[in-house]
Ligand binder design. Structure first.
Ligand code: KG4
Ligand code: ZN
Length: 336
């Protein structure tokens, strides 16, 4: 079998990442330089700070990725890069580096949608078969995506306001946790119980859309009211109650979508796919309610932003010869 090697670059938000991927499903290296510590003091990602970090890190990450994979640029067959959605200044650093590298080594440039990348992280677990459904949950997106075939994406439902990860981070701030707080809320939730009974927005509605801003407001009101009345708050129970509400809605609507759309595979993807409660609840429901469906959940390190997933998605694009020229621009609000 011919060995097809891609160098992939991801810089859409606050991780600079470069990976070398073989044949779309083997990771030879996946370097991730995280900037979270720099953004933490601001309680969120500061775009200008993100761009500056990417500039500092990108060439180092490219060198490290090649060295770790023991691959020479001459052995590569393409350069993949995230061109959206994300922060425009951050995306442009990755795109510029990808163009320069592609030009210097005479390689084709493969533009990749960041959200497609999240779905293709599942290709490292097992080969994707179509049609499939993906529940994409990240800091900026929450959507159910139907893929009739490889490379064909249809959003069948999405959040009308906050993304799930965004809700985690906002609620975390109210609890005094540091950014990003998804993981810490997940850990607190694990030891607390659902005593506050927050609403499950849109759970009964006959569509696949979500809403998390009402839940966030309920949470904030509960905390403020308790503080005013000097009533004690149980952090673990607050976290567990919030998380139970998020998981109930995500799982319920996803399972319903799987019943309407005839798919054999369900992919859970995006930063929030790292959530232990969500992973457990979804696999349990799939086992009991969807015996014909295989749930694919990427390993934790492939749930958050990384270039390996971009390389997997790019492999499919390269097979179709979907290449870009040097006029490729960042598309901060790119959708499917
Ligand atoms: O996909 P990602 O790394 O970046 C975006 O493309 O947005 O997702 C980051 C989001 C953050 O909101 C973070 O709080 C959330 O994923 N997250 C989690 C967990 N780990 C990360 N949310 C819930 N539970 C977790 N264990
Ligand atoms: Zn992401």
């Amino acid at each position: 079998k011919e060995r097809k090697l891609l160098l992939a670059i991801e810089s859409s938000c606050d991780e600079t990442s470069v990976a070398i991927i073989e044949n779309g499903d083997q990771i030879l290296s996946n370097i991730v330089a995280s900037q979270v510590k720099s953004h933490r003091r601001f309680g969120g990602v500061v775009p200008e700070v993100a761009s500056r970090h990417h500039v500092e890190q990108i060439t180092l990450c490219i060198d490290d990725a090649l060295a770790e994979a023991q691959v020479e640029p001459e052995e590569l067959s393409g350069v993949a890069v995230t061109f959206g959605p994300g922060l425009v200044g951050a995306l442009l650093i990755g795109i510029s580096a990808a163009k320069a590298f592609a030009w210097a080594h005479g390689l084709p440039l493969i533009p990749v949608n960041h959200m497609a990348g999240h779905i293709y992280a599942a290709a490292f677990v097992q080969p994707l078969t179509f049609p499939l459904l993906a529940l994409l949950v990240s800091g900026g997106h929450t959507e159910l995506v139907y893929m009739k075939e490889s490379g064909a994406f249809e959003i069948i439902g999405e959040t009308r306001d906050d993304a799930a990860g965004e809700a985690y981070d906002k609620v975390g701030r109210v609890l005094g946790l540091s950014y990003p707080s998804g993981k810490e809320i997940d850990e607190l939730a694990n030891i607390g119980s659902d005593t506050y009974h927050f609403p499950r927005a849109m759970i009964k509605e006959a569509n696949y859309d979500f809403s998390f801003s009402g839940l966030k407001s309920s949470f904030i009101n509960t905390v403020h009211n308790a503080e005013q009345r000097n009533e004690p708050l149980v952090k673990e129970d607050l976290a567990a109650s919030f998380q139970a509400s998020v998981i109930d809605v995500l799982v319920e609507k996803t399972v319903r979508a799987c019943k309407e759309y005839p798919v054999k595979q369900l992919v859970l993807a995006g930063g929030v796919a790292a959530n232990q409660g969500l992973r457990a609840a979804l696999s349990e429901r799939v086992l009991t309610d969807l015996p014909e469906t295989t749930l694919i959940v990427p390993p934790l390190k492939l749930c958050g932003d990384n270039a390996a997933m971009i390389g997997a998605a790019a492999f499919v694009e390269a097979e179709k010869e979907h290449f870009a020229n040097y006029s490729l621009n960042a598309d901060p609000s790119l959708s499917f």
